[in-house]
Design a binder for this molecule. Structure first.
Ligand SMILES: Cc1cc2nc3c(=O)[nH]c(=O)nc-3n(C[C@H](O)[C@H](O)[C@H](O)COP(=O)(O)O)c2cc1C
Ligand code: SF4
Length: 469
């Protein structure tokens, strides 16, 4: 690959030459990450990538980390952690031989953004990974992808084979798919030849990860954003978004919207504009699920007042997670849909920590009984006691995420429990993508009847790849 790289040193450069100075050719407005995306669905070639974004820059390691810090970039894999702190923590350990892992697992069933990036814009993610590797002194990048993500694997294989002059070796690894298998210690354990299950911490992966080396695990979108910050500067990055939440984010919007897919939106965008970006709602909405299956249900009347901003989302107890938004229409049932998600989360426990294995299963059973109308309203208190008990009791955050989801479902849909007891719920399956869990409707008999129909619903959105623009 012809890079036309600027040679960087550790010495300070003139102010005009530093990353903080906006580059003239950064995309103005949106899209940023998705600029140049081929409508045919084909991966962007290396030549087209070069035409859109120019050559990969070569900032000095510290310069890049400082620019990322000034940009305010936070991780897009769900934990929302400041990216510069992670870069610094690994860079400080560079003498021990560091590694960068691209966590392309995308195990959140309602998310499609990482597969979109890896399948269609592989060089943007790989640029980010190479830049991060140089910043932390790593010679190896490992891209880990779920083995069912055929398009991403194909595209990455092609992209990696064409790159040259990266001074970093890029490896590709495919692994089994399951909700907790995307957790960073599970990813590293798999790459170390173990089972894809979270490991007990400490040590954290940035201290001792792949082959015992300090390991930077980063989400593909985070790395793609790093590639843009390195090219166009942190001031450019902050031209979109708010002071507290700069830049743009990829959001996978699904449910009762006319055009489900992956959309790039600026932080600070009103929630109503997010829905409009996805073609608008197809029916009146009762609630939005923000942040995926570790996320939070918010009644539509409250959700419509929010912006895509941490401050707003925090005010109703939620966060963007991995950028997932699901719209639940009036024709669907929040209790039934939530029961399916909880059953899924309970089944996804890696089976290592008692409170997670037994607690989530018990929570799922009782929640399912409430949705089926065969448990009394007072069971709600028992559920809340159990969710408090499982929180913080696992090696990973799986029980915490599941507990948050259950609590928000009870808070938003709890008033419908009595409806279910008196068989007055007439909702139809909303088709939320919950792998392996059949669609449900009211009453145990109706639930059994709908089980057969569930198989088609569960595959309707998973693996669709999402549209982008
Ligand atoms: C149960 C569980 C599943 C996760 N799955 C993913 C995933 O599929 N992809 C991902 O990037 N991060 C996932 N994470 C978060 C990772 O552990 C880690 O925080 C992330 O990859 C770091 O990248 P970031 O800082 O760029 O967000 C998961 C976390 C948990 C607790
Ligand atoms: S908390 Fe649950 S998912 Fe996480 S490691 Fe323990 S058993 Fe596995």
């Amino acid at each position: 690959m012809s890079t036309g790289l600027r040679r960087g040193g550790r010495q300070a450069r003139s102010a005009d030459d530093q990353i903080s100075a906006p580059r003239p050719n950064g995309p103005a407005g949106l899209p940023r990450l998705l600029v140049g995306l081929d409508a045919s669905g084909a991966p962007m070639t290396l030549a087209d990538h070069g035409r859109v974004h120019g050559p990969i820059p070569r900032p000095a390691p510290l310069e890049l980390i400082e620019a990322v810090e000034r940009s305010g970039l936070r991780g897009r894999g769900g934990a929302d952690f400041p990216t510069a702190i992670k870069l610094r923590s690994v860079a400080e350990r560079s003498r021990r031989g560091t590694v960068v892992v691209v966590n392309g697992s995308e195990t959140e069933p309602a998310s499609a953004k990482d597969r979109l990036l890896l399948a269609r814009l592989p060089h943007l993610v790989l640029d980010g990974a190479v830049l991060a590797a140089r910043a932390v002194g790593a010679r190896d990048v490992i891209v880990k992808v779920g083995e069912g993500s055929a398009a991403a694997l194909r595209s990455l294989e092609g992209a990696i084979s064409l790159r040259g002059g990266d001074d970093v070796t890029i490896h590709l690894a495919a692994g089994p798919e399951g909700y907790v298998m995307g957790e960073e210690s599970a990813v590293v354990h798999l790459l170390n030849g173990g089972a894809p299950v979270p490991t007990f911490v400490p040590p954290r992966v940035f201290e001792r990860g792949y082959r015992g080396r300090p390991t930077l695990v980063q989400n593909p979108e985070t790395l793609a954003q790093i590639a843009l910050v390195a090219r166009y500067g942190d001031r450019w990055y902050r031209e979109l978004g708010t002071d507290a939440d700069p830049g743009s984010a990829l959001v996978t919007i699904s449910g009762a919207v006319a055009a489900p897919g992956v959309y790039e939106l600026a932080f600070g965008t009103p929630m109503t504009d997010l829905l409009a970006a996805a073609g608008g709602s197809t029916e009146p909405l009762q609630a939005l699920l923000v942040g995926g299956y570790f996320g939070t249900w918010v009644e539509s009347s409250r959700a419509f007042r929010l912006r895509l901003a941490r401050e707003d989302l925090r005010s109703v107890g939620c966060s963007l997670g991995s950028g997932v938004l699901i719209a639940l229409g009036e024709s669907g049932c929040g209790l039934h849909e939530s029961a399916r998600v909880i059953q899924y989360l309970a089944a996804q426990s890696a089976g290592q920590c008692g409170p997670c294995v037994y607690g989530l299963r018990a929570i799922s059973d009782v929640f399912g009984a409430l949705a089926d109308g065969v448990a009394h309203d007072r069971e709600r208190d028992r559920l809340l006691r159990w969710t408090a008990e499982v929180r913080g009791r696992g090696a990973c955050h799986h029980p915490d995420g599941a507990a948050r989801f259950v609590e928000s479902a009870l808070s938003v849909f709890g008033s419908e429990i009595e409806w279910h007891r008196s068989s007055r719920c007439t909702a139809v399956p909303a088709g939320m993508p919950v792998p392996g869990i059949a669609a449900r409707t009211s009453g145990p008999r109706a639930a059994r009847r709908s089980a057969a129909a569930g198989a088609s619903a569960r595959s309707s959105q998973r693996g669709s790849g999402g549209s982008g623009r």
